[in-house]
Design a protein around this ligand. Structure first.
Ligand code: AMP
Length: 284
């Protein structure tokens, strides 16, 4: 596996792969790799000749009071995880490589799709994501790109961008990988104190409860949202950002009664750590 730390080097490798007619899978990450990331890398390795994993803590998707500076940076360990999962290249550019000019060119998906859920409390977040992913798509020229359903809104926003801008790439969306006790794996879990870590289990438990109710035939949107809200509110260490439901695809508003596929998504703070989790109902 090659560690590639600048744009020119990556471009050379990609040009060579293209010349050889090799298919390329891209797995964009911010590093601190865990089994969730590894599942994406494995999927790419199984479906493509070459797998490129980008490791880049993208400054433009963090708000001024968010955790950009504190975000865990563990490149050496990331290379081991990526290699073991089947990566051929880890692309870990410096900030100046991806953002060479102070004045920015932005790629922005507008409308409710970027304004609801995380877009409300993180207003500049998705503009940062779509901008950096555009750069990575142009550099890596992937046939397929791999994203986790953990960031469900991100997958919807990126799908919209790919459609609107006619990117020649297939987005592959992979299921959420969880700890044995249900907590969704996240690079941010390391911030949690032991008490917060225990309290955070309420997210997967409440979503599973909603899923169980749905499977038993409950289709009332308010009842399902109430059930999740009640459980999360009963956890004293939780501080709710949102508990909401939207239709899939496209994150359109839901009706009183659910029909078709919907996303039930939550964002909750435990101490200073904000965690997200979700379940898709109507997918069975
Ligand atoms: P991040 O490094 O947090 O930006 O995540 C990089 C990619 O890994 C995104 O597409 C995430 O959705 C995905 N990812 C993160 N955590 C998980 C998880 N627990 N299960 C599956 N995919 C995940």
């Amino acid at each position: 596996m090659i560690l590639c730390q600048n744009v020119a080097e990556l471009k050379n490798s990609v040009a060579k792969f293209k010349q050889e007619g090799k298919s390329i899978g891209l797995v964009p990450t911010m590093g601190a790799l865990h089994e969730g990331h590894a599942s994406l890398i494995k999927a790419s390795h199984a479906e493509n000749d070459i797998t490129i994993v980008s490791v880049f803590v993208n400054p433009t998707q963090f708000g001024p009071n968010e955790d950009y500076a504190a975000y865990p940076r563990t490149l050496e360990k990331d290379c081991t995880v990526a290699q073991q999962a089947g990566a051929d290249i880890v692309f870990a550019p410096k900030k100046e490589d991806l953002y060479p000019h102070e004045d920015m060119t932005w790629v922005e998906v507008t409308g409710d799709i970027t304004k609801v859920l995380c877009g409300r409390s993180r207003p500049i977040h998705f503009r940062g994501v779509t901008t950096v992913i555009t750069k990575l798509f142009n550099l890596a020229q992937p046939d397929r790109a791999y994203f986790g359903l953990k960031d469900a809104q991100q997958t919807q926003v990126l799908q919209r961008m790919v459609e609107d801008l006619f990117f020649n790439v297939e987005l592959r969306i992979m299921p959420i990988v969880r700890e044995a006790d249900g907590l969704a794996k996240s690079s941010r879990n390391v911030y949690l104190s032991p008490q917060e870590r225990k309290a955070a289990l309420i997210l997967s438990r409440s979503l599973k409860h909603a899923h169980d109710l749905y499977m038993q035939g409950e289709r009332n949107t308010a009842v399902l949202l109430q059930a999740v809200t009640k459980m999360i509110e009963s956890e004293p260490l939780s501080n709710i950002d949102y508990i909401e439901m939207y239709r899939l695809p496209g994150l359109l508003s839901v009706d009183e009664t659910i029909s078709g596929k919907v996303l039930l998504a939550v964002a909750v703070k435990f101490g200073t750590t904000r965690l997200i989790d979700n379940v898709v109902l109507g997918d069975e």
